[in-house]
Design a protein around this ligand. Structure first.
Ligand code: WT7
Length: 638
């Protein structure tokens, strides 16, 4: 069994790729026929990268949830849509068939309507990894509300910034979330955020941990009570709202090189087609298989490969509430055996972390059901790749190394399972529809087969970012002005003689910590907010587990005697302002920073020092005060 738009051989990939680049409209017209539309498109594609303005399937009408739910009710009503594994091994798992998920999404859509949510309204979702998170996402999509999921690790301040930016008047949250041995007080964080957001009209709170929460009359309601009201109203159905192809589907905030995260906007039709097409083809998904993506729905990976990709394909998506090391480092392997998982999609940082426990946690685990493995989020080092291949895939499972971004909506460059070969630490070939180019430092395209430089994309694909919420100019300057008429990825890459791409990492001031994007400017802003801090500079450094760690150089006011205490205070400040994920691994107090005569911080030098380099720091003659470098070197590790 396969899908009509599924590639089944290398020869077919070559043909699909060629057609998609030479005749994109004809190519995507054929692919899009495999979806449910209320009205077909007038034109497949209209675009320019100068404004930028990209229209896919212009004039078409649809609702993505009819593609993710309703259309599977005939043949797959009793197929598991979502399998949910709880954090706690004692708690019973939950399975929602397509019929049940459809019912619950309709029910919660009616809850949203009862609470005044309308098409186009922005709804912030801040929840743990429970099935109701997927239900909330789909219910928003069903009524045409724009969801903005915020990862549960972000702080109240971060949430407030995002609520204000999107002017989101509705929030869906939980009392708390279970993660490993901890219960995280989500509603409390929301309460703190809402002090700065008086425009929020309604908070719907799901019971999960049943820890004490404050419920404000007129603003906060319980999920369960609202569902009961809908039940007594007696109509379990909720007809899906008819959406334009280019109506926004969701906003997802992500970090860039400035201090303020931006709201990446994806739209209904193009995103749907792209999430589905890349899901089916990257993983070579076969109907009936169990797909386990270990990401959180708070990130794009969860949006595309827990919710929209698998469900639009009528697939079975496994959702895990907990963490890989609870109650022990064999948890993923237990889950794989328990549900006979066929495809595992995880992050290199998770693999490295599990590697560090040795082979003990793999004892007695079969892992026989696995057919395909995948990685995402950062380049995978060869050691981790081989460990994954040998111990998890038993050398029988292809590993897809998928390169993509929040802005791209779905996988862009990757080998395809059983179709194109995987090479350790190489993302390899572009998906159909993707035309990568490598640019040199003069801004010219390198046209030789072998190339090394900055990675750009030459043509639009259905899942491309449409705008940054509320600030289209920011979208233009961030992605479309570095190289005229190209989408700039922010990544460096090399290309080999046969066209394989290897991603070398970010070329801007964006860090990738455990596969999470964090802007150095954001962390600096947070550190600088701490009383006593005069200035700071943040760089990344290689970290065994996280891939990249955060190194902060801080100039602190005189009179600080206990540096360790000050360090703790700074960490607390960063946690409060951004979230624990942005806490620096190392803070070094310095009396000055290496700056050029024009006042620019020479991060290149700071990066080298953070990496442990002492000798070859490059040219320091342009520095205002070269002595500062020596002092930083001396002070390292103190
Ligand atoms: C950045 C995007 C894509 C979903 C998760 C992260 C890096 C991502 C790979 C890979 C090398 C990768 C890039 C990219 N990245 N996947 N397979 N090999 N680097 O999404 O938070 O938007 O981050 O992650 O640097 O630009 P994101």
């Amino acid at each position: 069994m396969s899908y009509p738009h599924q590639i089944s051989s290398r020869a077919q990939y070559d043909i699909a790729y060629k057609t998609s680049i030479e005749h994109p409209e004809a190519f995507w017209d054929t692919v899009a026929k495999n979806f449910t539309w209320r009205k077909k498109w007038d034109k497949v594609l209209d675009w320019n990268f100068t404004e930028p303005k990209v229209t896919w399937f212009g004039g078409a009408k649809l609702n993505i949830t009819e593609n993710c739910l309703d259309r599977h009710l005939i043949a797959n009503a009793n197929t598991p849509a979502l399998i949910w594994e709880s954090n706690d091994t004692e708690e019973h798992h939950r399975i929602l068939t397509y019929k049940e998920l459809h019912f619950k999404v309709c029910q919660f859509s009616n809850v949203l309507k009862n609470n005044g949510v309308k098409k186009g309204d922005r709804v912030c979702i801040y929840m743990g990894m429970v099935p109701e998170l997927a239900i909330a996402v789909l219910a928003c999509a069903r009524i045409g509300a724009v969801h903005s999921v915020i990862f549960g690790g972000f702080s109240a301040q971060s949430i407030a910034d995002r609520l204000q930016d999107a002017h989101a008047e509705f929030i869906i949250t939980c009392d708390g979330a279970f993660r490993g041995a901890k219960a995280i007080a989500l509603k409390e964080v929301i309460d703190d955020a809402l002090i700065a957001c008086p425009f929020v009209k309604r908070t719907i709170v799901l019971t999960r941990t049943r820890q004490p929460v404050s419920m404000i009359k007129g603003r906060d309601v319980w999920w369960e009570d609202e569902v009961k009201k809908v039940e007594t109203q007696g109509n379990p159905d909720c007809k899906a709202e008819e959406m334009d192809a280019e109506d926004p589907l969701f906003i997802l905030y992500t970090s860039g090189s400035t201090g303020k995260p931006k709201g990446v906007v994806h739209t209904c039709a193009g995103y749907m087609v792209w999430a589905n097409y890349t899901f089916i083809n990257t993983f070579n998904y076969r109907p009936g298989e169990v797909f386990f993506c270990t990401a959180d729905i708070g990130w794009i990976t969860g949006h595309s490969y827990i919710v929209y990709g698998p469900l639009s394909a009528g697939g079975t998506s496994l959702m895990f509430e907990g963490i890989p090391t609870f109650p022990n480092a064999g948890r993923f392997w237990d889950i794989i055996d328990k549900y006979q998982v066929n495809i595992l999609y995880t992050a290199p940082t998770a693999i490295r972390s599990l590697m560090s426990f040795g082979l003990g946690p793999l004892q007695g685990k079969s892992l026989e059901s696995l057919r395909v493995l995948g990685t995402v989020g950062e380049p995978i080092n060869e050691e981790a790749w081989h460990w994954y291949n040998e111990n998890i895939g038993k050398k029988k499972c292809p590993i897809v190394d998928t390169w993509w971004q929040t802005e791209t909506g779905g996988v862009m460059i990757s080998n395809m399972a059983d179709i194109t070969p995987g090479i350790p630490s190489v993302a390899s070939l572009p998906m159909p529809g993707i035309l990568p180019v490598i640019m040199d430092e003069k801004g010219e395209e390198i046209t030789t087969p072998e190339a090394s430089g900055n990675l750009c994309i030459k043509q639009p694909w259905p899942g491309i970012i449409r705008t940054t919420y509320g600030d289209h100019e920011r979208c233009r300057t961030t992605y479309f002005t570095a190289y005229p008429n190209l989408y700039f990825t922010g990544d460096g890459a090399t290309r080999d003689a046969i066209g394989n791409y290897r991603i070398t990492g970010r070329v801007d001031d964006v860090l990738n910590v455990s596969g999470h994007r964090i802007g150095t400017a954001e962390v600096e802003n947070a550190i600088n907010m701490h009383a006593g801090v005069i200035e700071s500079a943040v760089v990344g450094f290689p970290h065994d587990i996280k891939g990249q760690g955060i190194y902060a150089y801080v100039i602190y006011a005189e009179g600080a005697h206990d540096h360790n205490l000050v360090r703790q205070d700074i960490l607390q400040t960063v946690s409060r302002l951004i979230g624990a994920i942005a806490k620096p691994d190392t803070i070094q107090f310095v009396s000055g920073l290496p700056k050029t005569r024009s006042g620019k911080i020479m991060r290149r030098i700071l990066r080298k020092i953070a990496e442990g380099e002492t000798q070859n720091l490059g040219d320091t003659t342009t520095l205002l005060d070269p002595g500062v470098v020596e002092e930083i070197l001396q002070g390292k590790g103190k």
